[in-house]
Write a protein that binds this ligand. Structure first.
Ligand SMILES: *[C@@H]1O[C@H](CO)[C@@H](O)[C@H](O)[C@H]1NC(C)=O
Ligand SMILES: *[C@@H]1O[C@H](CO)[C@@H](O)[C@H](O)[C@H]1NC(C)=O
Length: 155
């Protein structure tokens, strides 16, 4: 029993050394990255999970990118969704869920990348397995005048 405790302590210590600022052995790290290619308009976005609010961001030509990182088990209960706004268009979708976990997975422990490119005609996701950008969503013409602060957790 004492030996087992010793072995486990060593393993835990090694794990901590190996994984400074990292996810634990049982989970992997993911990074969600957005870049806007829309030159003449601001793109506003707000991303949330049940217990994490990434906040309100504005992407434009002087500040075209944003990203955040987190840890998730492969079993994948983590869900992040985002709302996006432009003057005449909006959209919202899951950026991380059980489907996306395998689409983003690059077999790395850290920073498996969910990479999104926001263009005038829609949202493109980088498929790491085929190394191609795939258009995944269009922009919707705005139907409501809801302000960003009026949106709460969806669905
Ligand atoms: C980009 O957005 C930021 C934050 O709203 C703003 O301060 C800045 O002036 C904008 N830049 C351009 C080029 O519109
Ligand atoms: C996960 O999100 C993607 C992209 O938004 C969507 O296509 C897919 O249907 C979602 N999967 C589940 C299980 O909700």
């Amino acid at each position: 029993m004492k030996n087992l405790f010793f072995v486990v302590s060593i393993l835990l210590a090694l794990n901590l050394l190996n994984h400074t600022n990292a996810c634990s052995v049982f989970v992997k790290g993911y990074t969600i990255h957005f870049k806007s290619d829309i030159q003449n308009e601001d793109v506003e976005l707000r991303c949330q999970s049940k217990d994490d609010d990434i906040g309100h961001h504005v992407l434009n030509s002087s500040n075209p990118e944003m990203q955040w990182s987190f840890c998730s088990s492969y079993a994948g209960s983590t869900l992040y969704f985002c709302h996006f706004w432009r003057p005449s268009y909006d959209q919202h979708f899951d950026v991380f869920n059980t489907t996306m976990i395998s689409r983003c997975d690059q077999g790395k422990d850290e920073h498996n990348l969910c990479d999104w490119d926001i263009k005038d005609d829609g949202f493109y996701f980088f498929e790491p397995h085929n190394a191609v950008w795939v258009k995944s969503f269009n922009w919707n013409r705005k139907t409501s005048r809801k302000l960003i602060s009026e949106y709460t957790l969806y669905p």
